[in-house]
Design a protein around this ligand. Structure first.
Ligand code: KG4
Ligand code: ZN
Length: 328
């Protein structure tokens, strides 16, 4: 089955062609023009998607050496995400669908992130746990079967990636700041870490909260000099990162214990983080934790094609519809 994936929900324009679990070709254009704004500017994002999507699709089709008429399914992200940005991908996909009569499906962005694990671990079969940690989401699910999820816990305020990005802004890093914080933290020799809080939510042990941590970093920085910040940057990054990593690891371990399931897939942009990978592997065991490779953790169209393919095989295709709060 040949599936064309299209992803434009935020600041990555991506197109990929998938055959089974093989990525025949993929293109990801990351919009760097948001760097100075501390976050994604929706109107700029939409216009950048419009400029890029056609050429990316042409490149993917050319590299795959197929004719468009051979495509069996178009899978396009239809939420959640920035409305204008989503509409670019959806409109482009609908154009192809109408012009060529190719079947189409809308894909939930988080279904895409979780499906990324199937691209590299085809032997992994539900049920298992999935931790989605990205710039927009932090949530724990039981994957009952592909495409069927039960929510176990989620953030009650900021997403983990959002916390990385906001703390990064306080420390002078450009957006998105997750990778820069990780790199800076790596320069810290250890010892004397700052005791930033790990929120515990009484009665909701599997939920997450990162806004208190963000505020704690803000207050910590409030009375410090620029010189202190410069000499302590790596220590602050390491302390903040450890607080996020420990909060995520604690809930994943608790969910595994409570569910009796044996493994967890950790997906989304923050799953690129080496400290998170190391801590989860150390705590849960090498064979219990699965991560997509970094390129498939951040937003990409191959994961959307994979989810769409699963929907086709499971008889769950649905017409794209840009609804703001469709649950997974
Ligand atoms: O999944 P993604 O590409 O987009 C969303 O769906 O949100 O995730 C982007 C998020 C950003 O917040 C970025 O700072 C974070 O993933 N991120 C990281 C790392 N690489 C990306 N966070 C921590 N460590 C990293 N190495
Ligand atoms: Zn995402």
């Amino acid at each position: 089955m040949l599936t064309l994936g299209i992803e434009t929900s935020c600041d990555e324009t991506s197109v990929a062609l998938l055959k089974g679990t093989s990525i025949l070709a993929d293109r990801i254009y990351t919009q760097t023009m948001h760097e100075g704004f501390g976050g994604v500017v929706p109107e700029i994002a939409s216009r950048a998607h419009i400029r890029k999507i056609d050429a990316l699709c042409d490149a993917v089709v050319a590299e795959s050496r197929i004719d468009i008429s051979e495509i069996d399914l178009i899978a396009v992200t239809d939420g959640p995400g920035l409305a204008g940005a989503l509409l670019v991908g959806i409109s482009f996909a609908l154009g192809l669908h109408c012009a060529r009569g190719i079947p189409i499906t809308g894909v939930h962005h988080l279904d895409g992130h979780i499906s990324a694990i199937a691209l590299e671990y085809p032997a992994l079969r539900p049920p298992f746990l999935a931790l989605v940690v990205s710039g927009g989401h932090t949530a724990l699910y039981t994957v009952l079967e592909w495409g069927v999820y039960a929510l176990l816990g989620q953030t009650i305020d900021d997403a983990a990636g959002e916390a990385f990005d906001k703390v990064g802004k306080m420390l002078g890093f450009s957006y998105p700041a997750g990778r820069a914080i990780e790199e800076c933290a790596r320069h810290y020799g250890g010892g004397d870490l700052i005791a930033f809080p790990r929120a515990r939510l009484a009665g909701h042990e599997l939920d997450f909260s990162f806004s208190g941590l963000k505020t704690a970093v803000k207050y910590f920085l409030a009375d410090k000099t620029a010189e202190f910040l410069e000499t302590n940057k790596a220590r602050i990054c390491a302390s903040f990162q450890l607080a996020v990593v420990e909060a995520l690891t604690r809930n994943v371990a608790a969910a595994l214990r409570a569910s009796g399931l044996l493994c967890v897939a950790v997906v989304g942009g923050v799953a690129c983080n080496g400290a998170l990978r190391a801590q989860l592997r150390a705590e849960l065991g090498e064979t219990s934790v699965f991560f997509p490779s970094p390129k498939l953790c951040t937003d990409n169209a191959a994961m959307i094609a994979m989810a769409g393919q699963g929907m086709a095989l499971g008889g769950r295709l649905r017409f794209p519809s840009c609804q703001p709060s469709r649950p997974l």
